[in-house]
Design a protein around this ligand. Structure first.
Ligand SMILES: [Zn+2]
Length: 112
C-alpha cells in the first residue's frame, strides 16, 4: 500500500510549511496515472496523522485526469483508462502532459 508511505512524506512537507501553526485541511491533486485510490489515501492520512500534531487535519483529494498529446495529429486527449494511446491515430507515439502529478496545492491553517 504505497498510499501509506505517501502520507508519511506528506506529513513532513505539511509540517514544514505550517511551521507549527494548526492545520485545518490539506488539499492535494492526484493524477490518474498515479493509481492512487483517494479513499485509501484519506484512510492512511487519518492513520498516520492521528498520533501527530496534524491530528484532525482533513485531507481533500482532487483527482486530475490523464491527458496526452499525440505526435501524429498533435491533438490532446483526456484518457478514460490508463492506456497511453491516441484514440484517433493508434500507434503514434504520445506524450503524457497531465495525470502524473501529486501536488499539495493548499494548506488551510486555523486562526491562531
Ligand atoms: Zn492522434
Amino acid at each position: 500500500m504505497h498510499e501509506l508511505s505517501i502520507c508519511h512524506s506528506m506529513i513532513g512537507i505539511v509540517q514544514k510549511h505550517a511551521a507549527g501553526r494548526p492545520v485545518r485541511a490539506v488539499h492535494v491533486q492526484v493524477g490518474a496515472m498515479r493509481q492512487i485510490v483517494p479513499d485509501t489515501l484519506s484512510y492512511c492520512w487519518t492513520l498516520v496523522t492521528e498520533s501527530s500534531e496534524l491530528a484532525g487535519a482533513e485531507l481533500r483529494v482532487e483527482q486530475v485526469p490523464a491527458k496526452i498529446r499525440c505526435s501524429g495529429c498533435g491533438r490532446e486527449h483526456v484518457l478514460d483508462a490508463p492506456v497511453l494511446a491516441c484514440p484517433d491515430c493508434a500507434g503514434q507515439p504520445v506524450e503524457l502532459i497531465q495525470g502524473d502529478e501529486f501536488l499539495i496545492t493548499t494548506l488551510e491553517l486555523a486562526e491562531v
